[in-house]
Write a protein that binds this ligand. Structure first.
Ligand code: F6P
Length: 502
């Protein structure tokens, strides 16, 4: 009887990184993939040739290619919510009908941007975007990454219900030149609706004639936005089959498209489409998102690593770790498999990280000498994104490469305090440049990596029921029904709000 995929993997021996480089002379050509202006180098991980073979067998056993094709065909791949997952269609990769509908919605989005630029909304210098989770993190990342020099408007993104976030966002904004954008797939999210009401009140109290007339909604629930008071002509819908954390390509990307220009947004979509094609059509053994998922599974399931650290050696990508936290932890931080049984093995790692070189002087101590096994991911761009002399960028890249090499090589010493064990894994993702298409390809790579991980684990990456319980309990407290809560929570309520509770 042939072994199942996981058993074969568990039995495959693990070798030290140095031994793998010595024994597998073709390692770089197999494990470093160039695609869409990005080099994905998985060579400094412990994936041996045997591991890759066993993971390919597991992918086959799990029907990964068929699941991928079903996703791009617009089939129901999110069965717990009875939905397709059609973020690919937003960039032209999907079922023809879905692609056509997405193109139609993009045309509306573009027409609205043209109207704003032609002063149909009066003067607009500031964009106040309100949304949370997937309705905030994508546009925020895009504007931060690509808008440092080219941003045509000041854009502030408010997510948190903490009024401090709102106050900070409007500081320096002229209400008479502010466009309000309310982004919510469901248009029911408490934080977003409360912040939207505060924004409308701010506009009104500042003497803006028609605050609703300066408000645009981005949503998959247009009826709810209309109920909220936003006119249909200023609602940019997107498909329910586009998940929140996969939605920056849809009308949720509107503030980025406005701030950075339509051409930039379109190039971003084209870059993502290039990665979609790679994921769909490249041989599985040379498929970047798939190999990345093999690395993820190897460390999580065969070596017990509980986290993965992502360091952007590029200030423009400083929000990438936060973006990936939602993408990966909300997608795959689950215990139930597609058929409702237990997955029975570790799922999404805890994703954390920061920027290099800052992190070298803070968390890297643990990476080099600590007791945890942490697969590290470096992300950098060959071209600088600033006008300072090249030596800054040269040093930045050298530091990045040196860290990966040091983690792997380690250093012997008789002094235990100065001993570096080495043999510590890293992946390097090196962009030619951080331009719109390359960023699009990079983000699509991460989406497909999450999908591939889910397929290997047999879980649904597109629902997020884990976030519901806390929301429901907050609502219960809001409704003053604290009696059912535990003594600790009741005491906190009494301390904060007095005996009567919230
Ligand atoms: O609470 C989780 C979540 O549902 C995310 O999945 C989503 O991106 C976010 O809330 C915001 O939801 P919405 O876009 O519907 O306001």
């Amino acid at each position: 009887m042939s072994k199942d995929g996981w058993t074969a993997l568990e039995e495959a021996p693990t070798f030290a990184l140095a031994a793998l480089f010595a024994d597998e002379p073709d390692r770089l050509s197999r494990l470093a993939i160039e695609e869409a202006g990005i080099r994905f180098d998985f060579a400094k991980t412990h994936l041996s040739r045997a591991h890759v073979g066993a993971f390919l067998a597991l992918a086959d056993e799990r029907g990964l290619a068929a699941r991928r094709d079903a996703m791009f065909a617009g089939e129901i791949v999110n069965p717990t919510e009875g939905r397709a997952a059609e973020h690919g269609a937003e960039r032209g990769q999907g079922a023809p009908d879905s692609v056509a509908r997405a193109a139609g919605r993009h045309a509306r989005m573009r027409a609205l941007i043209d109207a704003i630029e032609a002063d149909a909304f009066g003067p607009v210098r500031h964009i106040l975007h309100i949304g949370i989770g997937g309705s905030a993190l994508g546009p925020k990342l895009l504007i931060d990454a690509l808008g440092r020099r080219a941003g045509r408007y000041d854009a502030a993104i408010v997510a948190n219900i903490d009024g401090a976030a709102f106050e900070e966002a409007i500081t320096g904004f002229d209400p008479h030149a502010t466009l309000l954008v309310v982004a919510s797939k469901t248009f029911t999210t408490g934080e977003t609706l409360m912040n939207a009401r505060s924004a409308l009140q701010w506009l009104e109290e500042s003497g803006v004639d028609d605050p609703y007339g300066r408000t645009i909604a981005l949503t998959a629930a247009p009826a709810k936005a209309i109920e909220f008071g936003i006119d249909e002509t200023r609602i940019l819908p997107f498909a329910e089959s586009v998940g929140g954390r996969y939605s920056l390509w849809s009308s949720i990307g509107f503030p980025a498209a406005l701030a950075l220009g339509w051409d930039t947004f379109e190039s971003l979509l084209e870059g993502a489409a290039a990665m979609d094609r790679h994921f769909r059509f490249a041989p599985l053994a040379a498929n970047a998102p798939l190999l990345a998922a093999f690395v993820d599974r190897y460390y999580a399931n065969l070596r017990g690593a509980e986290t993965r650290a992502v360091f952007a050696y590029d200030e423009r990508l400083r929000l990438l770790p936060a973006y990936l936290q939602q993408l990966e932890m909300e997608s795959n931080g689950k215990s139930a498999s597609l058929d409702g049984g237990a997955v029975g093995r570790a799922t999404a790692p805890i994703v954390w990280g920061g920027v290099g070189t800052d992190a070298q002087h803070a968390t890297f101590q643990l990476l080099h000498q600590g007791t945890h096994l942490v697969p590290v991911e470096f992300v950098a761009a060959i071209e600088p994104g600033h006008g300072l002399a090249d030596d800054h960028h040269g040093e930045l890249l050298i530091n990045c490469f040196a860290q990966g090499a040091a983690l792997m090589a380690g250093r012997a010493s008789d002094d235990p305090h100065r001993f570096y064990p080495g043999d510590r894994p890293s992946t390097t993702i090196l962009l030619d440049r951080l331009d719109p298409p390359t960023l699009g390809a990079l983000l699509a790579f991460y989406e497909h990596r999450a999908f591939a991980n889910a397929a290997l684990l047999g879980l649904n990456p597109f629902d997020q029921f884990g976030v519901e319980l806390g929301k429901a309990m907050a609502k219960q407290l809001d409704d003053h029904s604290a009696a059912d809560f535990d003594p600790s929570t009741r005491a906190l309520l009494a301390r904060a709000f007095g005996e009567a509770g919230a």
